[in-house]
Write a protein that binds this ligand. Sequence first.
Ligand SMILES: [Ca+2]
Ligand SMILES: [Ca+2]
Length: 210
Amino acid sequence: MSLKASAAAITALALSSGAAGAVTFQGEFWDTGSLSGIADAEAAILSSPTALFTSSGIDYPNGDRNTFPSATTTVEQFLGVDGASLTGSNATPFETSVFRFTGQIYLSGGAQTFSVSSDDGFWLDVDGIRVAEFASNRGFRTTTVVDSSFTAGFYDFELVYWENTGSGGIEAALNGATLEPVPLPASLSLALAGFAGLGVAARRRARRRA
Ligand SMILES: [Ca+2]
Ligand SMILES: [Ca+2]
């Protein structure tokens, strides 16, 4: 295969995998005891998660519905479209539980509006900086923060949410749209490194032929 043909093949592969392989947040789930506030959630996530999943966007239950009764809804049901990705215990009701979502988001710079609606509480860190939290248990309510401290770019994202009892739900939005992960810049770097490596190999072959 010529260099031109192989580069084209790699480009096609990269484009098709980028289109077909949806980018997700990593999701972790802890089945816990009673949670009275943020300190209990912080303590819970020091242990190994009960189950892992992938999150296509932070809106559980999916769509307009805000909450499910946590005593009778399994974590798989709670996660809706993402429920099938669970590995580990997925039949557990999500009463008394903690969820963590991590990945990369893109911020366009200037004033960014983060809105997190939760039942019960949550914290949201961007680039390791606490942007918003609700440290106590509550019914489904929204915390909105406008933050202008981030320049345009990709940022590490962590949202931790917990449900104690009764009803539970979580929605997170950035500038009015459901928060969804973006492709890791690292994967772009790897792709570019791959192209660069291909070029070096081609030049070496060319020298041998000369
Ligand atoms: Ca919802
Ligand atoms: Ca609750």
